[in-house]
Write a protein that binds this ligand. Sequence first.
Ligand SMILES: [Zn+2]
Length: 160
Amino acid sequence: MTPRLVDDAASRAARSAGIGQPSPPHRGRLAQLVDWVGRRPALRLVGLHPMIARPGYWAASGIALIWGSVLGGFHVRRRGGVVVCAGLPRWAFGRGGTTIGAVYLTHANTSPAVLAHESVHRAQWRRYGVAFIPLYLAAGRDARQNRFEIEAGLDLGGYR
Ligand SMILES: [Zn+2]
């Protein structure tokens, strides 16, 4: 990979996350911090560089796989583009299910539509690595306004 291609990959990732775009004044401190980092090309390049983002994605996937398989009684399957850990107690994930890295944690919310939605979240994790956590939180608590939920499909995710 040439440095030019690397720059392009990080820049594309930053643009698609809306990094570096000014946020409306009502947004929180986290959104402001994300914007501040986004306006610094060197920080952005390092944080979203595939060589940083990808190991973060792998580490998050590994931790989630341990969490999900132990708490879910090892009901682990590859389905719909994600690794599904089902059977978890409801306190062990958010909403109807949560994707961390490549791993989708849920009790029993595994319809094909939901898995299609979660596979987009997996791709987002792969693109941003652990930076996806602050980026997602900064994008807002309301799923219908959160750009990552919109990209994953609000209908598929059961948000409308
Ligand atoms: Zn979602």
